[in-house]
Structures are given as structure tokens and as C-alpha cells.
Design a protein around this ligand. Structure first.
Ligand code: NDP
Length: 303
């Protein structure tokens, strides 16, 4: 079994982006601009946004965070997005999810100019993805394909099982794998006899947010395991049962550990697997940077 190391690969992608940003700055006098809009003070979202901002700045991307109050009205948020849509220095706009309950997620996402939609959740971009008419993808499934490609894992003709049907991960992932000639089964909470479907899979992408859900008895030998889940565990017995050594140590210091949706004992049956943390999470941020650069190049007609 080989670990698909998301940290090393994310570093490579980021170095590539940084180099191109520098070259384009010399050529055009401009740099890509990314604006992240966050409404409210969800602690996890604030950590994600800070991380994205820091990485963008490191790569020479002009990064801004607009922090709005949790009580922001729908029209105020839409006005903010309209201004960003018109701003020539902003090439990528990201609205951090989840939004406060009184806001309609789709109304907000629909308002982002599809050309500046760096997360690629606008219905136009999700449609273009399904039709294979775009080469810029939502960050998490993009990070997964980049990882599988880097390690030369051939997808054509394989049976890929995607667990979870969110528009953030599962649905775009299923379309992208189909476009790469995999035969895809997309599973969700109503799927009957999930273990027998998982057992047929050459590749499993697990994105459900249930710690250690996929167990060794559910998969066949040699399967490729892609673990998207990020689950925080606070109880010692759960951490000991589900987390790897690094997270057990982390629990001793910080009082929590992180694990994915695939049980740690399952990896022994795989040919390749992505760890949590240090797998797809790291790649997701790298893909956000790559998407920002690609949108910048398209808007400036540089490719
Ligand atoms: P959502 O909560 O939006 O969707 C979860 C999906 O899992 C739903 O489709 C749901 O089915 C399905 N599901 C839930 N329980 C079961 C079950 N018992 N059997 C089969 N399917 C089930 O999740 P997200 O896609 O946003 O995120 C999933 C996980 O991935 C989370 O842990 C999240 O933190 C992580 N994540 C990680 C990222 C990264 O960068 N690594 C990025 C984004 C997410 P149904 O539709 O029927 O309700």
C-alpha cells in the first residue's frame, strides 16, 4: 500500500502557482486577486479562511477577507458580491460556507459572476463541468483527480464508488470520474446494501462526514481509497479506536484528534490511500490557489 501524500503534492502545486504568478507579474504588472467573504463567526470557517488567506499571500496572490456580521441581510451580501463582480482587481470570489441560517445559499452563490466563481459551485459552472466544457473544477474533487493523476492511477474502465452526494464533493466528483471513463456508482444515505457495492469498487471516494465508516470487511484487496472526511473527535476512546498515531499524540496535547471516513485498519487492504490529515484537505487549498491563477489568466486573456 502506498500513501498518496497530499502535503508533498500540495507543496509542488503551490510552488508551480507561485512561479507562474511571479512570471505573470513581470509580464503584465498585475497579480491574481482572491476575495473571500465570510458572514458570521463560525470558528471552523474562520480557521479555513485564515489558512486560505495565508497561503494565497505566500504565493503572491492579492488576498482579501471581507468579514461580515452574522446578521448581514441578503441584499447587503448580494450588493457586496455585485461590487466584487465589477472590481477589475478581483479575479476570484469565494463565499465561505456555511452561511447563517437566514440566508439562502443558492441565491448567494447564483449571484457570483461565473467567470470569478473560484469554488466552481455556480450552476453554470457545475453544468459546464458535467458537459466536459470546462477545465476548472471545484477544489476538493480537483485535488482528488490531481492526486490520482500524479501517482499515475489509471481511471479508465475502473469501477469508482463515490460515497456522499453533496454539490461540494460527491456530485462533481462523480461527473469528473465519469468524464475520465470510470464507471461510477454514487451512493448516499438511502443507498441499499452499501457494503456489497463498496466491495465491487476499484476506487472509493468517501465524503460523508462519518468517522471510520468504511471498514476493512467492506472493501476488496488492492482498492484505491480516497478519504475526504474530516471528523474531529474529542473523546479519548474514540480517538484511540479511530485515529492514527499522530492524532493520538495530538489528542494528548490538544484534547482532540482528526480522522476521516475510512477506518484506519482498512488501509492495509488498499493499493493506495490518502491519509487524514495530510491528504485531500491539503490538496483542496492548493487547488483553490490554482483556480485563482487560472481565472486570472482567463480574465486577462493570457492563455
Ligand atoms: P454533506 O454533509 O453535505 O453530505 C454528506 C453526504 O453523505 C450526503 O450525501 C449524505 O447522504 C451522505 N451520507 C451521510 N450518511 C451516510 C451513510 N450512513 N451512508 C451513505 N451516505 C451517507 O458533506 P460534504 O460533502 O460537505 O462533506 C463530507 C465530508 O467531507 C465531511 O467530513 C467534510 O468535513 C469533509 N470535507 C472535506 C474537504 C477537504 O478538503 N478534505 C472539503 C469538503 C468536505 P444524503 O444526501 O442522502 O443525506
Amino acid at each position: 500500500m502506498t500513501i498518496l501524500d497530499g502535503k508533498i503534492l500540495a507543496d509542488l502545486v503551490q510552488q508551480r502557482v507561485q512561479q507562474e504568478v511571479e512570471e505573470l507579474k513581470i509580464r503584465t504588472g498585475k497579480v491574481p486577486g482572491l476575495t473571500v467573504v465570510i458572514a458570521g463567526n463560525d470558528p471552523a470557517s474562520q480557521i479555513y479562511v485564515r489558512g486560505k488567506n495565508k497561503t494565497a499571500e505566500k504565493l503572491g496572490i492579492e488576498s482579501r477577507v471581507l468579514e461580515l456580521d452574522a446578521s448581514v441581510s441578503s441584499s447587503e451580501l448580494l450588493d457586496t458580491i455585485s461590487r466584487l463582480n465589477m472590481d477589475g482587481d478581483v479575479h476570484g470570489i469565494l463565499v465561505q460556507m456555511p452561511l447563517p441560517d437566514h440566508l439562502d445559499e443558492w441565491e448567494i452563490l447564483d449571484h457570483i459572476d461565473p467567470a470569478k466563481d473560484v469554488d466552481r459551485f455556480h450552476p453554470v459552472n457545475l453544468g459546464m463541468l458535467t458537459l466536459q466544457r470546462t477545465d476548472i473544477y471545484p477544489c476538493t474533487p480537483a485535488g482528488i483527480l490531481e492526486t490520482l493523476d500524479h501517482y499515475k492511477i489509471d481511471l479508465s474502465g475502473t469501477h469508482a464508488v463515490v460515497l456522499g452526494r453533496s454539490f461540494i464533493v460527491g456530485k462533481p466528483m462523480a461527473a469528473m470520474l465519469t468524464n475520465r471513463n470510470a464507471t461510477v456508482t454514487l451512493c448516499h444515505s438511502r443507498t441499499r446494501d452499501l457494503p456489497s457495492i463498496l466491495k465491487q469498487a476499484d476506487i472509493i471516494v468517501a465524503a460523508i462526514g462519518k468517522p471510520g465508516f468504511v471498514t476493512a470487511d467492506m472493501v476488496k484487496d488492492g482498492v484505491v481509497l480516497v478519504d475526504v472526511g474530516i471528523n474531529r473527535l474529542d473523546k479519548k476512546e474514540d480517538v484511540l479506536a479511530l485515529c492514527d498515531e499522530s492524532q493520538i499524540k495530538k489528542f494528548e496535547k490538544k484534547g482532540y484528534g482528526i480522522t476521516g471516513d475510512i477506518h484506519k485498519e482498512t488501509f492495509a487492504k488498499s493499493s493506495y490511500y490518502t491519509p487524514v490529515p495530510g491528504g485531500i484537505g491539503a490538496m483542496t487549498v492548493a487547488m483553490l490557489m490554482q483556480n485563482t491563477l487560472r481565472l486570472f489568466k482567463k480574465q486577462l486573456h493570457l492563455d
